[in-house]
Design a binder for this molecule. Structure first.
Ligand SMILES: [Zn+2]
Length: 192
């Protein structure tokens, strides 16, 4: 696992651009960014995701190729990038996120990572292209690559249903996209 700057990440996305888009087009959609949590502690990083964000907000890559197919988002991995927050250990539900809820540093870093990748990959930051695993699991984008297994169904996965304990169900994705779009509107990533 290698720590990277946002600038390095942008460069990696540029290099993988054509392959990611070719894979996505093959699936009849745009490139997707999937937002996860690990269900672990703040420092435990996993190869199942291209990008890990530890509790302190640092950004790590498990590969030098963002077009590698990861086993992160069931039936949805082709032409996508998987980004995870290292957190969520022993979380029970949206009202009890356990001893390792997402930190402000992580939430902020994920918004910046999404903004940088969306810029580099020419993506609108919306539900069709930037989804939490909770949203993907319940096919909230209207695609049906699998039976729903998210918060409104079997609850096998509910990553980032909320990013703050007690927040309204399904607010996590909107909050992450809102923060990323804020960075985009501010032009803060232009110099990255
Ligand atoms: Zn996940």
């Amino acid at each position: 696992m290698r720590q990277v700057t946002l600038q390095e990440l942008k460069q990696m996305a540029r290099v993988a651009y054509n392959d990611l888009w070719a894979g996505a087009r093959n699936m009849g959609r745009d490139v997707k960014l999937y937002l996860h949590w690990t269900g672990g502690g703040y420092d435990a990083k996993y190869d199942d995701y291209h990008i890990n964000i530890t509790g302190d907000g640092r950004v790590w890559v498990s590969t030098d190729n963002l077009d590698d197919i990861k086993e992160a988002t069931y039936m949805r991995n082709t032409g996508s990038v998987a980004i995870t927050l290292c957190c969520g250990l022993n979380a029970n539900n949206e009202n009890n996120l356990g001893p390792c809820p997402p930190t402000e540093a992580q939430i902020n870093a994920m918004a910046q990572v999404v903004c940088v990748l969306a810029d580099a990959l020419d993506l609108t930051i919306d539900l069709q292209r930037v989804m939490t695993h909770a949203e993907a699991a319940d096919n909230k984008d209207g695609l049906y690559p699998h039976e729903p297994y998210g918060p409104d169904h079997t609850v096998e996965r509910w990553d980032l249903l909320v990013v703050r304990e007690g927040a309204p169900r399904w607010s996590g994705g909107d909050e992450m996209r809102g923060n990323a779009n804020y960075y985009r509107a501010q032009g803060l990533m232009k110099n990255v």
